[in-house]
Each structure stands twice: as structure tokens, then as C-alpha cells.
Design a protein around this ligand. Structure first.
Ligand code: C2E
Ligand code: MG
Ligand code: MG
Ligand code: MG
Length: 282
């Protein structure tokens, strides 16, 4: 009977819901534990001068080495951390660890990702400044990567926080540029130092294709506004040549290096021309 099957269906959905809630709860518990017990680790991806000769910065990218489920990528747990109120402790862990590890890399920038929820927290700027001070990190060496999502909800508050951050000497990059909602006016209004052209634009790029035209336009726009232009997701020599020709300043991608442990950054920084072989082969 209809009423009965309705009730059964309800029971079915309820049990499914319980299962996914349990799953989420488990991840939440594990993540809290992971933050407290150093199961998280940071890898660093080099940001390279456009000629490929020099590492000018590194981006800290968090990884979770789960004892039972193996390596969990940030795309799988950042959203849960945001949902379950863990993004602030997670982000504080990331910034503290990144500043502590990167202190020994003189003369290069450290880029750290900021989640929109973390950014909107009322103590965000104070927390960042405190962590920089406590780790004795040079604020001019730090660059925070924001996504367009931080700008849309409360533009006035975002603008104020950004001015505050910059007043402390910390740089700001607009990450995943071109994928969000923001109009070009945002780029003028908000005080970014740098845009990072999202790697989806490079993914299927041929130098004559539509993506190439978009990338060219974004690079041109960034330069015209006096911003540094970084291209993410550079995988091929052909992309490299194109990005160099259109006047990008910095490159990041698997062509040069994936994100690697801090000790590998030590090694790369010790080399004279760390990517010479890669460029010669290309
Ligand atoms: P993102 O900030 O845009 O970081 C770039 C992502 O692209 C990284 O993935 C990087 O490994 C990947 N990537 C770089 N070069 C290439 C390439 O040539 N080809 C391809 N296919 N991929 C490339 P990852 O480490 O998995 O991070 C994914 C996203 O997770 C990041 O995107 C960022 O939004 C977020 N994330 C990572 N670490 C943190 C963190 O500490 N805090 C916050 N809030 N978010 C983080
Ligand atoms: Mg980033
Ligand atoms: Mg990005
Ligand atoms: Mg991305």
C-alpha cells in the first residue's frame, strides 16, 4: 500500500542519511585527530620565473596521510573541514607549519591558500599576524592566495581585511583566476598583487585555440593593471613557450615540479639552474 511503501522509502532514505552522516562524522573525528597529531603534512610546489631559470616562490599544499585510507588530497577534506568548523584550526596549522619550514628559504616567497570561510572569520587578520610574529617569519615573504569566492559575499569587509593584510606587508594573490564570478571591476577594486590564471585554461590549450586567446587576454589584463601574472598547471614545453611569449611573469606546473616535501625544495634551491635539464629536453 502506498502509505506503507512511502514509510519504507522514508526508512530507506533515513538509513542512507545516517550512513553518510556517520561517514562524515568519522572523517570529522579523524580530521580533528589528524590536525592534533601531525598526520597532516605540507608539500611545496615551486613557482618559477618565466624563463624557467629560477625558483621565485613555493606554494604550500596540504596533504593528509590517513593511517587507514592512505593519502587524501585536499580537494577531499578542505570542504569537510569548512563544513564541520575545522577550517580555522586546520588553516592555523598550515600557516604555522609553512612559516616554520619556509623560514630557511631566503629570498623566495611562500604562498599559502586561504579558504573563504577562514577569510571571513573575524580574527582572520589577527591570527595571520600572530602566527607570522610567533614563527618569526618575514611578512614581505608571505603571499596569501584568495579565491574569487571571498569577494562576493561581503565586499566591504573583504576589502577592509585585505587592506589590513597588506598594511602588514603581506602579499595577496587571486587564485584560480577566470573560474569565479567576479567581474573585471573586482580586479581594480581589490588590492591584489598577483593573479594566478587557473590551470583549466591551459588544460586543452593549443596556441591557436580559444583557451589560448583567453589566457592571452588574462595575462594582458593583469599586466595592464600592474599585477604579476602567474600561470598554473604548466605541463608542456609548448605551453611554456606560449606563456613566455604573452608576458606571464611566473609559472607553476608539473613541467617544472609537482608539489614536493620541504627537503626536496632544499635540494632544488641548492642547484644553480634547477630546471636546466627539463628545458634542454623540451
Ligand atoms: P590550488 O591552490 O589552485 O593549487 C594548485 C593545485 O593544482 C594543486 O593541487 C597542485 O598540485 C595542482 N597542480 C599544480 N600544477 C599542476 C599541473 O601542472 N597539472 C595538474 N594537473 N595539476 C597541477 P592540490 O595540492 O591537490 O590542491 C588542490 C586545491 O586544494 C588547491 O588548489 C587549493 O584550493 C586547496 N588547498 C590545498 N592546500 C590547501 C590549504 O592548505 N588550505 C586551503 N584552504 N586550501 C588548500
Ligand atoms: Mg593556490
Ligand atoms: Mg589555483
Ligand atoms: Mg585550483
Amino acid at each position: 500500500e502506498a502509505k506503507n511503501s512511502g514509510r519504507n522509502r522514508y526508512a530507506f532514505f533515513e538509513s542512507q542519511m545516517n550512513r553518510s552522516m556517520q561517514l562524515k562524522r568519522m572523517v570529522e573525528d579523524d580530521l580533528r585527530h589528524a590536525i592534533d597529531n601531525d598526520q597532516l603534512t605540507l608539500h611545496y610546489q615551486p613557482q618559477v620565473s618565466v624563463d624557467g631559470s629560477t625558483i621565485v616562490g613555493v606554494e604550500a599544499l596540504v596533504r593528509w596521510q590517513h593511517p587507514a585510507h592512505g593519502m587524501i588530497p585536499p580537494s577531499d577534506f578542505i570542504a569537510i573541514a569548512e563544513e564541520r568548523g575545522l577550517i580555522v584550526p586546520l588553516s592555523e596549522w598550515v600557516l604555522r607549519r609553512a612559516c616554520t619550514e619556509a623560514r630557511r628559504w631566503k629570498g623566495i616567497r611562500l604562498a599559502v591558500n586561504v579558504s573563504p570561510i577562514q577569510f571571513r572569520h573575524k580574527d582572520f587578520v589577527a591570527n595571520v599576524i600572530r602566527t607570522i610574529a610567533e614563527t618569526d617569519f618575514d611578512p614581505a615573504q608571505l603571499e596569501l592566495e584568495l579565491t574569487e569566492g571571498v569577494l562576493i559575499e561581503d565586499a566591504d569587509a573583504a576589502e577592509a581585511a585585505m587592506m589590513d593584510i597588506r598594511a602588514h606587508g603581506v602579499g595577496l594573490a587571486l587564485d584560480d583566476f577566470g573560474t569565479g564570478y567576479s567581474s573585471l571591476i573586482y580586479l581594480r577594486r581589490f588590492a591584489f598583487d598577483k593573479i594566478k590564471i587557473d590551470r583549466t585554461f591551459l588544460e586543452y590549450m593549443e596556441s591557436t585555440g580559444e583557451s589560448a586567446i583567453l589566457v592571452h587576454s588574462m595575462a594582458h589584463l593583469g599586466r595592464a593593471l600592474g599585477l604579476r601574472v602567474c600561470a598554473e598547471g604548466v605541463e608542456t614545453a609548448e605551453q611554456h613557450r606560449f606563456l613566455q611569449a604573452i608576458g606571464c611573469h611566473e609559472l607553476q606546473g608539473f613541467l617544472f615540479s609537482k608539489a614536493v616535501p620541504a627537503t626536496e625544495i632544499d635540494r632544488l634551491l641548492g642547484l644553480d639552474n634547477p630546471f636546466a635539464e627539463i628545458l634542454a629536453a623540451a
